[in-house]
Unconditional design. Structure first.
Length: 299
């Protein structure tokens, strides 16, 4: 597939865009920063400008495309570009950038007839991650039916983007899939970040004790590209286990006392449910911090 990938130079994108290229896709990175990967074309694009967005999506990506009899079209868009969290710029700028860029990408992609758009939403939409003070989910494990009522500008922008994406899907009938991505972890970060998490699970309360390995995020995007006909859907994206050494029973007792348990859970199972992605996409994450670090609870 010829894929227009926005934000391919970011923490997640710099892994996922090359992964897709390794799978045989032709990938164009639309970003304000070059990725500089030999298998990914870089295109400097300000996605908050609708004219630039249209022009980039309608145009060429590589010099060798000049040799073709006709200009090729993109088969899919993967939209990861965003101000990635609060406290990086003003709240107003965060919200405006994320909402406008997503609208522009969806507008241009659907007007140009692209039938598959995958966009990055966020775990923050559930209102736990960036809440002022402690906020607990209404029930566990947290699935896609859980209310999304955040209070911070970043999560607000992601909820607005989901509404916008649903509307574009209704207008066009294209497949538009939103990924509520949990805390992104690069493979090298296990050794540096996770020992404190294993010692004190409270450090992971805001992330619902979950995480997503960049390699498994790449697998999730690949599954979204391969599975057609779902219309509009949102999916939680996480690894199968928690990012802490405590068991689910221990986490529930300490952090979720009184929170409804919707179904029995495995000993190390993530509280950020990936059942829907498993069921509809065949998503099977392959990685775990346990591949790198010893599990203190292992026999």
């Amino acid at each position: 597939m010829r894929i227009f990938f926005t934000g391919g130079s970011g923490k997640a994108g710099k892994h996922v865009a090359p992964f897709l290229a390794e799978q045989g896709h032709q990938v164009t990175n639309a970003d304000l920063v070059r990725l500089g990967h030999p298998d990914v074309a870089d295109l400097w694009v300000d996605l908050t400008d609708i004219g630039e967005t249209y022009s980039a999506l309608a145009g060429l990506a590589r010099f060798d495309e000049l040799e073709l009899a006709a200009k090729p079209a993109y088969d899919a868009v993967v939209h990861f570009a965003a101000v990635p969290a609060i406290l990086l710029t003003s709240d107003a700028k965060t919200y405006a950038t994320n909402v406008l860029s997503t609208y522009n990408v969806l507008e241009a992609a659907t007007r140009l007839g692209i039938r598959k758009v995958i966009f990055a939403s966020s775990e923050t939409t559930y209102g736990v991650c960036f809440a002022q003070g402690e906020r607990r989910p209404l029930y566990v494990p947290v699935d896609e039916e859980h209310p999304t009522v955040p209070e911070d500008s970043y999560a607000m922008s992601k909820v607005a983007n989901e509404v916008t994406a649903r509307s574009f899907q209704a207008r066009t009938g294209a497949d538009v899939y939103g990924l509520r991505i949990n805390n992104v972890i690069e493979p090298h970060e296990y050794a540096s970040l996770f020992p404190p998490f294993l010692a004190d699970p409270a450090l992971r309360r805001r992330n619902i004790f979950a995480y997503i390995d960049t390699r498994d995020l790449g697998l999730m995007v690949q599954r979204c590209l391969e599975v057609d006909g779902l219309g509009y859907e949102v999916f939680n994206v996480a690894n199968a286990d928690m990012s802490v050494a405590a068991t689910t029973d221990e986490v529930r007792e300490r952090f979720y006392d009184g929170v409804e348990l919707r179904r029995p859970m495995g000993r190390d199972e993530t509280f950020y449910s990936i059942d829907k992605a498993r069921r509809l996409l065949g998503y099977l994450p392959q990685h775990s911090w346990r591949d790198v670090l010893p599990d203190p609870n292992a026999a």
